[in-house]
Design a protein around this ligand. Sequence first.
Ligand code: BMA
Length: 377
Amino acid sequence: MKALNLTMVLMILSVCSFAQKLPVPADKKATKETLILFQSLYDLKNKGIMFGHQDDLMYGYTWWHEEDRSDTKDITGDYPAVAGFELGHIELGVDRSLDSVSFVEIAEQIKMHYKRGGVVTLSWHLNNPVTMQINDSKGWPHGTAWDVSSKEVVASILPGGKNNELFNTWLERLATFFISLKDDKGIPIPFIFRPFHEHSGSWFWWGTNICTEQEYSALWRYTVNFLRDKKNIHNILYAYNTDRVTSLEQYMKGYPGDDIIDMLSLDMYDRGEQFNGELDTALGFVTKEAISKNKLTALSETGERRGMNNWWTSVLLPIVSKYPLDYVLTWRDAFNTKATVSGSPFHSYQEDFRKFYDSPRTLFLKEITEANIYKRK
Ligand code: BMA
């Protein structure tokens, strides 16, 4: 009888501990703040979808680096929950990004957004390390992330390749920037990093037809091992990303592994009526896979490109609302250009964007601050 009781107690204990087992980041040494962020986001995706905007805090259509300014806030009175920043050209050791934004100012805004309680995500349109060394008079995209003229690039920067040392220098510079991202108490700020994005397309030198699946996966693993294991950086959540895909098999081509990745994300812009069905299908299999792997998920770039004045509430919201997504992010409102790069009709369709903001399904900064995702006292 005594033995039976003990067995039962042990069984109950093991059931309880199983029920309490929360998902954890891929990095076993993730900092406390990174672990808390990961678990909060894991939970939050069942409650609502955060809105994110690229470069929202750096500039807008009509302004450039103004204190506390944000296009999202201009229209809704609130900041986006997720602030995106771009690191292209950090690898070159220069002061400004490929979009002419100062890296010092990016670091300041990252700290500010974290202090306010928001989520930070970083993208990296890094140059082409092979062709940028070739001096010639060809115009854009020569030497940029969009230069797909050589299929040797990924292999050449991996160990054994002739540009491996150069790539290490680039990763060192990236690491130095990451290490500088600390809060007022000197604690590393956790963030989502989404390099080598839109792999299913072939417009970047790491794209699907430009390197092999094995090379792509090795590029990811090498980068994460460098930052995490060599540089001891443990405040990063890594986002795997593709552009439009029609099957899970296509989505997972080149996936570097569950021990590397924290988030399964997708980029899809609206290029016509078929978008609705395509997005619906893709989010279906991506979010399902994320759940089965205990990972986060996001529609990490999207935007309207067919001139609809009610796109936010008639297309985006009904589709994304069906899925447990962490966030949807629209791309940048490039300064002083007539055309929107983001495809996010902030300015033309403000009324509809306000309705999107008002929806109980969407979360902006105030709502996630209330949700206390960093568990601040
Ligand atoms: C792209 C465009 C480019 C920009 C790049 C990095 O999609 O917006 O103009 O340089 O993102 O922000």
